[in-house]
Structures are given as C-alpha cells and as structure tokens.
Design a protein around this ligand. Structure first.
Ligand SMILES: NC(=O)c1ccc[n+]([C@@H]2O[C@H](COP(=O)([O-])OP(=O)(O)OC[C@H]3O[C@@H](n4cnc5c(N)ncnc54)[C@H](O)[C@@H]3O)[C@@H](O)[C@H]2O)c1
Length: 461
C-alpha cells in the first residue's frame, strides 16, 4: 500500500527523494526551513541542476501526490513515514554535525500522533540512529517498536546522475529492528522491488557503516590513481594506459580511476573526515583514510603549483581562463570544488581569472568569496583579500570562448562534455597565450599540440 511520507530537508537528497518517492505512487510532503526553496519547488522549478529532475517535479506536482511546505509539524503529524534528509556538515574537528538530525528527531517526538517509521537518509555516523531512537523515546515518552520505529536507509545517489540513480539504484540498504518497519519500507520501495533491485536488510549500525565504507573506498580509489598519475608523470609513463589496464582486471573495475585535481563535493571530503573521527572515538586505527584525506588536500596544492610552474613560476599580471567550476560535471554543486582553491590561489598570486561553467556560475560566485549557500573551504583570514581580488580580477564569462579571450593560459578543472570537443582553432584565435593545463585529461593532447599549444595533462607526457 502506498504511504503518506514526509521528507524533512529538500536539499539535494531530499528533493530527489521527494520527487522519486512521489513517482513511486506515495503521497509526499517535502519540508524545508527555507521559504525560498519551498516557494520555488511549489512553482515547479528545481532548486538544483539535475538532468530530468524538473520534468519529474512538475509531473508529480500535477498528480497531486507531491507538495512542499515549511510547516514541518503538520506534515509530520499527517505522515506514516518521516524521512530525514537534512544536512550533516563537518565540524571543525572532523565529526559530523548532527544538530539538524537531533532537531528533526525532537520535532518528530513533538508530533508523534500515531505509529510512524522514522527513516534517516542523511549520512550519519554509526550509532546515530540509536541516538535518534533515544531522543524520540525520551522526548515523547513513547516506546520504540510500538509507537515508532527507526530505520537507517542511506542514500547512494551521485550528483549529476541523481534521478537515474534514484530510479535504478545498485542496491537499497535498510537497517531496521522490527518487522512492522520492514513492511513499511517494502511498501515505500515496492516499485524498486518489482524491478528486482537488490535489497540489503541489516541492523542499524551495519547500514550506517555501509555508507561510510563505500564513500571512503571511492575516495581512496580516486586518491590512489591521483598519486599514481603523479608518479607516472615524473617517470614518463602514461596514466591512461595504466588505469585502463588496471580496470581490465575484474577485481579492480575501471570506474573511479580518472586522475584529476582531487575529489571535492559535499560527500567525500566530509564523510572521510567523519569516519576517521569515528575511528578515533572507538580507538580503531583509520590511518588509510587519514592518509587519503591528507593526500587529497595535497593534490589541490600540486594542481595549483603545476599551473604556476607551467606559467614560468609567476601568474602575477597574467590572465588565466578557468573552464569548469562545479566539483564534477553535470551538476551545479560547487561544495568543496577544487576550482575554489585553484581560483583563490590564482587571485592571491595576482592573476586575472576569466571563469566559465555551464551550470555552476551562480553558486561559485558566492562560494569563492566565502558566502556560498553551501559553505566552502575558504580560510577566513584571507576572506577579505580574496573578496577584494575577486571584485576586480575575477570575470564571469558567457561561454568558453569568452573566457579564453585574451588569456595567457587555460586550465580545465571540470570534465564537462562541452569542453572535450573544444574548438582548438577558435581557442587559438581567442587566447593571447598558447598554454593549456588539462587537469582532467579531457582533451586530445595531439590535437592541441598540432594547433601550436603547449599541452600539459595529468599523469601523461
Ligand atoms: N548531495 C549528495 O550527493 C548526497 C548523496 C548521498 C547522501 N547525502 C547526504 O544526505 C544529507 C543531505 O545532503 P544534501 O546535499 O541534500 O544537503 P543540503 O544541505 O543540500 O540540504 C539540506 C536541507 O535541509 C534543510 N533543513 C535542515 N533542517 C531542517 C528541518 N528541521 N526541517 C526541514 N528542513 C530542514 C535545509 O534548509 C537544507 O535545504 C547529508 O547527510 C549528505 O551527506 C548527500
């Protein structure tokens, strides 16, 4: 039987989940604290760029099964199931900040009108769902398993492919404790059951750790290939052939073996830090993940340093075109994007930056000077200096050729498809210099060199 669902938080995960769960036939109310988000969504416009999302949003709004509100109390009181899709950002010590989760748990306790299943979709450290259970039990005086049940249902969607991933997930992981909760979750995901999506039923702690283990492993794989690329470059080898051959081994798989400027985004940086902090809490050695965090930070420094070196040691007074600002292609998300560090470094070193991204310009504008909607990694001491430099030396351009106009050098930071087929003749006409640093290896080096460019990629000669 389709369920009445409330989703708390309509950010990336909450919005995609609200739309997807409504499309499965459930009645869904998405709740956010921000009126602007709720108004935009009720108007049929998506607040994030994600292929296909706006079409689904409009279709589900029209069906009457989906709506958005800021009134969390009423939405919770009416629901059979409450999903938590609120943020769990990193604290300064690396631990996940669980204040939004705890506030949501207290809000559920205050509106526990009948039996409800409370489902955590946010990424939370091991032990959090049990904490949620305790908060609700203590604040409401009600009994877990009888008046409410807590379920852990971590989300694995990839930004850029979020809609596709929601409807065709590799697996659905559900940590649960009682059969009634399991039946509710079977109803919620019946549409995926029918297409034989693998379901992993496990305890709360296992579900929580599956999410962290997966993200930490993927972050490790990226970092591994980045370091291998650095070594290949130093030794005169070709990382493309190395990665391709490694990927032919079924035990390794070819995915996540693309070198670049370091991973970013809203998940890998914070989830690796959180799992390392959890290891410290339990007194368990997490040195592999700690090394990954350090190596990834260093990869951004290496990338910026390499551009400086290619430009003769100084960028002061020079103009650099930066193509790609999102942390990866097909998204407008700039959270922890390597482009932030690279542009800030260029501005600090006296360069003029001409920047372009097909989708992430607005988010980047605020993030680069420290006022982004998602927060960013700007060192606060330098905030004023960066803001001042950005005002006079950072230009947002209308397309890639506008960005290239008068540039001494080009750096490609995000692997957008549009950049793969960059028209080299037009690029050469627009630029005043002839240097390309392809930090994502998206261009054909030969084509670039034929047109008279000095081309540098990552991990290849
Ligand atoms: N972004 C991803 O690709 C991704 C993928 C998998 C898992 N996750 C996890 O999902 C969670 C959410 O991530 P996100 O990127 O969607 O976050 P986000 O910051 O984009 O969105 C969170 C939203 O929750 C709202 N909110 C906070 N407290 C609320 C409350 N009490 N009631 C209603 N709304 C409230 C905020 O206003 C915000 O809009 C995080 O734990 C994240 O780690 C994210």
């Amino acid at each position: 039987m389709a369920k009445n669902i409330t989703v708390l938080g309509t950010g990336y995960v909450g919005l995609v989940s609200s739309v997807g769960l409504a499309d499965f036939g459930n009645t869904v109310t998405g709740v956010d604290l921000r009126t602007d988000i709720v108004d935009t969504l009720n108007g049929g416009r998506s607040t994030i760029y994600e292929i296909g999302l706006e079409e689904y949003l409009q279709r589900d709004l029209e069906s009457g099964r989906l709506s958005f509100t800021t009134d969390g109390d009423a939405a919770i009181a009416d629901a059979d199931i409450v999903f938590f899709a609120v943020g769990t950002p990193p604290k300064a010590d690396g631990h996940a900040d669980l204040s939004q989760i705890e506030a949501a748990a207290r809000q559920v306790a205050a509106n526990l009108t009948g039996y409800k299943v409370v489902v955590t979709k946010s990424t939370v450290p091991v032990g959090t769902n049990r904490r949620v259970q305790n908060i609700i039990a203590e604040a409401s005086g009600k009994t877990p398993g009888t008046h409410f049940s807590v379920v852990s249902n971590p989300e694995f969607l990839r930004e850029g492919k979020a809609v596709q991933d929601f409807f065709h997930p590799d697996r659905i992981v559900i940590g649960y404790e009682d059969d009634r909760a399991r039946e509710y979750m079977e109803d919620v995901y019946r549409a995926l059951y029918l297409i034989q999506t693998p379901f992993v039923w496990c305890n709360l702690e296992t579900a929580e750790l599956i999410k962290y283990a997966s993200n930490a492993f993927l972050a490790t794989k990226i970092t591994f290939i980045n370091q291998m690329a650095n070594l290949a470059e130093a030794a005169g080898a070709d990382i493309h052939q190395i990665a391709k051959s490694m990927g032919m081994d079924g035990r390794i798989s070819p995915k996540f073996l693309h070198p670049g400027p370091g991973y970013g985004g809203s998940c890998f940086p914070k989830d690796t830090k959180a799992v390392a902090a959890t290891g410290d809490e339990y007194g368990v050695d997490m040195s592999v993940i700690k090394a990954v965090i350090e190596a990834n930070d260093h990869q951004k420094v290496i990338t910026a340093g390499k551009l400086m070196r290619l430009m003769g040691g100084s960028v002061s007074g020079r103009t650099v075109a930066v193509l790609g600002l999102a942390f990866k292609a097909e998204t407008d998300d700039v959270r922890e994007s390597p482009a932030i560090d690279i542009v800030q470094e260029l501005l600090r070193e006296g360069a003029t930056v001409r920047a372009f991204d097909p989708e992430a310009m607005d988010n980047f504008k605020t993030a680069v000077v420290g006022e982004g909607p998602f927060g960013n990694n700007l060192n606060s001491d330098l905030q004023e200096q960066i803001a001042e430099a950005a005002a006079s030396r950072l230009h947002y351009c209308s397309d890639e050729f506008d960005a290239l106009t008068g540039a001494d050098a080009l750096i490609i930071v995000t692997e957008w498809n549009a950049f793969r087929n960059l028209d080299m003749d037009r690029a050469a006409d627009a630029m005043s210099g002839r240097l390309i640093f392809d930090a994502r290896n998206v261009l054909d080096p030969e084509r670039a060199r034929e047109k008279g460019f000095t081309y540098a990629g990552v991990g290849r000669v």
